[in-house]
Ligand binder design. Sequence first.
Ligand code: HSE
Length: 317
Amino acid sequence: MSAPDRTPDAVAFAPASLSNLGPGFDALGLAVQGIGDRVEAWRTNRSGVTVEMVGGNASIPTAPGKNTAGRAAEVVLEQASADFGVHLLIHKGIPLGSGIGGSAASAVAGAWATNALLDAPFDKEALIPAVLEGESVAAGAKHGDNVLPSLLGGLVLVSPSDPTDYRRLDLPTLPPIPLVLPHVTVLTREARAILPETVPLRDASAQAANLAFLLHALGAGDWKTVGRYLMRDRLAEPFRARLVPPYEAIRTAALDAGAVGCALTGSGPAMFAFLSDTGDAQPVLDAMQTACLASGIEADDWLLDLDLEGVCLLDSA
Ligand code: HSE
């Protein structure tokens, strides 16, 4: 089905997010400004959800139960016992398989736009089960470290075992975050499948301490310590680095150019650097981009700021 020939009834935009942030596997994520997915929504007389993608994205399924926005919208309609359906038109601003929360942003924007069609019976917190359900159709797991920041904005700590349990953490003003996205596709589902089921006790205890140090440093604005602990993941990044051929080159270039840390975001391949002050981040970004190109792989790049708002409605006129 294609979009009705009239102005959408609601339009939502959900921001991209950096997740894991080193040792916060499935537990920590940060919403960022400037990149995100936009979803237009129309009420339809036929019950259920239909989904359409702008500009192809042929590998993203449009069957509503297999599409993150479609599934999230289905759950919102069920939750409200709605007596109408919804058509969603998804504008992907976040490249597929990038590690910056593309599947999550679509789920969040789909849920928020559908909520608006219902005259907004739910607040953001009440939509957490819907967006987790949406995320799970792409990732194969209800990890909350992308959907919650995209929904709520800011830095969010979320329990991997119960992702409805979360805390939004206050932060001092963050330095701008350089991010490169090498043109390599890493699918979250596959990047999760390669992780070991069990880890030695020494790694588990180190991980717990590393995350605690990271959170303390983030709250204190101690950016040098943040940088150090961003690079101390023991559970995921050591196994995933090989999925990103220019990983070492980008990391070395970022640190040589003055960054205090550099890591994968989510399952990659995007990598972000962390700076120790709010000065000029462009040289670090340029160094990361140049290193990626020198490895024979092109990359997109961005300088990102924290997003504090999360998903929002846009003027649909
Ligand atoms: N925490 C998730 C993972 C994020 O690392 O698999 C996926 O982008």
